[in-house]
Design a protein around this ligand. Structure first.
Ligand code: IMP
Length: 428
């Protein structure tokens, strides 16, 4: 038996897709357990890039089961768009399994995400406007519509009628938005239901049977630790639990079934949306990271905010998720820098802080304590073993492992599958 969780350690976009791709080749089952179409994973297979949002990356491997767990905010429209696009490219869709307990994203969720965030004015979160927060809000308010309801025409009609009466009032009164047409939404979603019905099942039973049978299961986290609803930079966070603990509630798999946790660490930091970012570089360095790293959002196209690696954040992620191995991604993006900095501690009012502050007022004012490393100034894209990396790159990685207290497991030196150095052979 082998259950591996992949989790982001920063603010997302760490290059999880590439590492998930590497691990998914060995897995029998790939599972999404939180988030929804707010994620954007780019996976390059056979020189072809696939941009996935809701679909588990396992879809790109023949014979894999691809599970959308109960913790996912499930948007049937996006799922079907992705399925159609993949089918056109010859991808087999027969391994898809969708939890009958996942909550469904409806048109009013997407609209409310957009107008609701705009209405916050200067305090806006900068959400992806995919309806994720409003969908989870309905779940927690116990008025959500689940996939099992979507599959039941009468239940859907009844729940949608009640919800839309309420949502249309809110849309008009709070945001001056025109009401949505109940019949049109019902017809649209009944259409989705028919197309998705063959893929819907009890994924909790399925996953626990797979575990019993000794299958290799990869839990593919979306977003990341600092965007976790409880542990991230609240309120500038997403509405789910990307940390490894999210697997328990989002997939119905108990914590003691998890064998390994891999934390994805981009060799520098980025974030999209608002909120504090202690190592942000609003200067030529930040610009160079953005240009060299093509740091623009997969889902929204937004330029990402950029900065130096914050090892304090990675250490915190290690603690929260019990990370066994770091997978360091995009190290090659730093190939052309004269010097590279790493934040190893925070100072606040002259004192070193031992924890990540809960208060955003404090986090916004912390002073990063940097260590400076000489750049290696050579391309590492052809390097395939750790020993062959330039000494200066090894110094940077070694220090990263020391400060975070997490062992180095994988180093990615380019976007392609083979541009990967694997130090940990026992992940699966
Ligand atoms: P939401 O998840 O759309 O509600 O957005 C909440 C915050 O999470 C915003 O700052 C988004 O930019 C950020 N976010 C959501 N998904 C991702 C992701 O996949 N990568 C990076 N940031 C994300």
């Amino acid at each position: 038996m082998s259950c591996v969780v992949v989790t982001g350690t920063q603010w997302g976009d760490e290059g999880k897709g590439k590492i998930v791709d590497y691990l998914a080749q060995q897995a029998n089952v790939v599972v999404r357990f939180q988030g929804g179409s707010n994620a954007g994973h780019t996976v390059v297979v056979g020189g072809e890039a696939y941009k996935l949002r809701l679909m588990p990356s396992g879809i790109l491997y023949k014979g894999s089961l691809c599970v959308v767990g109960n913790g996912v905010a499930f948007d049937p429209m996006i799922m079907l768009e992705e399925m159609d696009a993949l089918k056109k490219r010859g991808i087999d869709l027969s391994g898809i399994r969708i939890s009958n307990r996942a909550h469904v994203v409806l048109p009013y969720h997407r609209i409310m995400d957009g107008v609701g965030d705009e209405a916050r004015g200067k305090e806006k979160i900068g959400t992806t406007k995919r309806g994720i927060g409003p969908c989870y809000m309905d779940r927690d308010n116990r008025i959500g519509i689940r996939v099992c309801d979507l599959m039941d025409k009468d239940e859907l009609a009844k729940r949608l009628k009640e919800n839309m009466a309420r949502k249309n009032k809110e849309l008009q009164a709070l945001y001056g938005h025109e009401p949505l047409d109940y019949d049109a939404v019902l017809a649209e979603y009944l259409g989705y239901a028919e197309r998705l019905r063959p893929y819907v099942c009890d994924t909790i039973a399925l996953l626990n049977e797979e575990i019993k049978a000794g299958s290799k299961i990869l839990f593919e986290g979306a977003q990341a630790t600092m965007l976790d609803i409880d542990y991230g930079t609240y309120p500038y966070v997403t509405a789910s639990h990307p940390i490894s603990g999210g697997v328990g509630v989002g997939a119905g798999v108990a914590p003691n079934r998890i064998d390994k946790v891999v934390g994805i660490v981009k060799a520098y930091c980025t974030r999209v949306g608002e909120g504090p970012f202690p190592t942000e570089q609003l200067n030529a360095i930040g610009e160079k990271i953005r240009t060299d790293g093509h740091e623009f959002g997969v889902v929204t196209g937004r330029p990402r905010r950029t900065g130096w690696l914050d090892a304090c954040v990675v250490r915190y992620a290690g603690l929260l998720s019990g990370i066994d191995y770091m997978a360091v991604t995009r190290l090659d993006i730093l190939d052309d820098f004269d010097e590279i900095k790493m934040c190893v501690a925070y100072k606040y009012k002259g004192e070193i802080l031992n924890e990540i502050p809960a208060s955003l007022k404090v986090l916004a004012k912390v002073e990063p304590v940097y260590e400076t490393f000489a750049g290696w100034k050579t391309s590492i894209r052809k390097v395939r073993s750790y020993d062959d990396l330039p000494e200066k790159a090894k110094q940077y990685l070694t220090r990263m492992a020391e400060v975070t207290g997490i062992a180095l497991g994988i180093v990615s030196v380019g976007p392609n599958r083979d541009e990967t150095i694997v130090l940990a052979k026992d992940i699966f």
